[in-house]
Every structure is written in structure tokens, then in C-alpha cells.
Design a protein around this ligand. Sequence first.
Ligand code: AMP
Length: 277
Amino acid sequence: MRVVETIEEMRRVRDELAEPVGLVPTMGYLHQGHLSLVRRARAENPSLVVSIFVNPTQFGPQEDFDHYPRDAERDLAVLEEEGTDIVFMPSVAEMYPPHFGAWVEVDRVTERLEGACRPGHFKGVATVVTKLFNIVQPTQAYFGQKDAQQVLVITKMVADLNMHLEIVTVPTVREPDGLAMSSRNARLGARERKAATVLCRALGLARQLWSQGERDAQRLRREMTALIQKEPLATIDYVSVANAQTLEELAEVNPPALVSLAVRIGPVRLIDNVVLS
Ligand code: AMP
């Protein structure tokens, strides 16, 4: 496994890789969710590049960039174990030199949910992902369904800007009690960790009501909200039942519907979703 820190070296190494090349972009502090992307990419490509970059431009000024968990040493050991060929791990200065000034913006699908709560977030995501695609030039890039809106934004960006690669979506990996794996879970205290299951419990309730024949989207939102409000450590950012392609809120639950939510548990903001289809 080779660890590459500069764009110049990454380009040089890229030219020698066997095709096709799979890329898994991450912000590090790797868990089993990341590893399911890594394993899928490993199985589908003779060459595997994993990037680790905590991208400052996708964090708002009041967000957790400074507190985002990091452990490069452990991440590298895990990636070596998984048979990764290249780890691309640039510094912030390497990716954003002084006077950096070109941005990628995707409209409409970025306006709701995470985009509404986190202004500028998807501009940072779309820009850094474009840079990673240009630097690594992967044949396929792998993203988690856990960040459902991110997958939609990137798929739209790739289609509209004619980027020459395929986006592969990988299902959400969960803890045994249902909590979606996330690097941010490491910041939860013991009481908060217990409270955090409220996200998947609310999604489970929506799925249950749906499978019992409930088609009133507002009823799903109301029942999920009531369940979350019973958890004293939880504060809701949003509870959504939306068209899975456009993200427009639904009155009637027509499949495929994306049921998604963002909830703060103490200082940690968590997201999760299920698709009703
Ligand atoms: P992050 O390091 O949080 O930016 O995540 C890197 C990639 O891993 C993104 O495509 C995420 O959607 C994906 N990912 C994060 N958590 C999970 C999970 N629990 N299951 C599946 N994919 C995940």
C-alpha cells in the first residue's frame, strides 16, 4: 500500500494503475460502514484508491470541523489490511492553496434537508468530490446510502457535468442495535449513545406504519416526531418524507419515498434514512 500526500504524486501513480480504478472518498476515522464501501470497491476493481481528507469547505463556521475525530495511523493499518493500493491523504493546503476560487454548485436537489440546515455544505462537497475525481480519475466511485442526499447531489453533478465515471451506492451499515455507523458516533457519551438509537427507532416506526398500509406522509412525520420528542437528549433538525429523486415533501407516500431525519443528540448531529419502495 502506498500513501500519497501530493496531487503531483497521485497523478504520477494513477498513470501506472491497472484499469478499472475504484475510488472511495472518506473523511477518515474509518468504521465498518466505510469498510463495506472499501470491500465492494476492492472486489470490483483491480486498483483501489481510498482518499482520507476532512474537507473544511463542507463544514459551516459553527460546525464540528475542529472536533471531527481523526486517527490516521489506525486508518492506514485498517486500509492496509483491506488490500488498498493507494491512500490519497492530502493536506488542506494541498487541496486549497492560497487564492483558491473555483466552486461547483448543484441546484434544486441541494436546497432541502441537509442543504437547508447546512448552507454551503453541498457546495463544499461537490467541489471537493470534483477535485478528487479530477486528481484520481476513477472508473467508479463508491458512496454510502447513509448520506442519501449526498448520493443524489453527486449523481446529478456527474450526469449534468458529463463526468466520465460511474457512481456506485452502497447500503447503510448499522450497529447491532440499529444505529447507523458514523465517525461522529465516537463523540457520543454513554447516555447519548443510548439515546442515539431514537433515529433508527423513528425510521423503523415509519416503515412499520407504511407496511401496515399508512399512506399519509404527514401522519408518518407526526408519529416519528412524537417518538423522538420523548427522548430528552434529542433535538430535531428535520423529519422528512420526500420523493426519493426530487426530495420534494410528499402528501401521499408514493414509492420510492425517502424517509430521512437529522437529530442532534447533545452536541452531536446525526442523520439517517430509509427508502420505502
Ligand atoms: P465520511 O467519512 O463520513 O465522509 O463517509 C465516507 C463515505 O462512507 C460516504 O460515502 C458515506 O456515505 C459512507 N458511509 C458513512 N457511514 C456509512 C454507513 N454507516 N454505511 C454505509 N456507508 C457509510
